[in-house]
Design a binder for this molecule. Structure first.
Ligand SMILES: [Zn+2]
Length: 135
């Protein structure tokens, strides 16, 4: 399967910082509680840092206290794709940008957060770029 935006590894390395590349293109995870958007309350839209695809609205961001930005739903279901992830001895669902295939984080459900969907999209800050609504 292909993505709307496809680039070679060399191109991605050229466009992204090493830290961005490690998460977006190698499915790394940034350390908890250090990401720039963990506690951000700013109203706006979060886009994919690799390709600009709009992914999450601040309206679905909630305080999960897990150390990463958390959303209870994507902006639209077709903005992301889901991949079964059985690495690290866990059964998780990876969330990727549907437009460029970059790694965003994971989605968990049934944790009892009391959000409308009972889902937690646990997303790396470094995978996102916030565009404030008033900017
Ligand atoms: Zn993308």
């Amino acid at each position: 399967m292909g993505y709307e935006i496809e680039k070679t590894d060399a191109e991605w390395r050229d466009e992204l910082t090493p830290a961005e590349y490690a998460v977006l293109r190698e499915a790394g995870t940034e350390r908890p509680f250090v990401g720039e958007y963990t506690d951000t309350k700013t109203v706006g839209v979060y886009s994919c840092r690799a390709c600009g695809n709009e992914l999450f609205s601040s309206e679905t961001k909630f305080d999960s206290h897990c150390g990463w930005p958390s959303y209870f739903a994507p902006l639209a279901e077709d903005r992301v794709e889901y991949i079964q992830d059985d690495t690290h001895g866990m059964r998780r669902v990876e969330v990727r940008c549907a437009k460029c295939g970059s790694h965003l984080g994971h989605v968990f459900e049934g944790e009892g957060y009391g959000t409308p969907t009972d889902q937690r999209y646990c997303i790396n800050s470094i995978s996102l770029k916030l565009r404030p609504a008033d900017a």
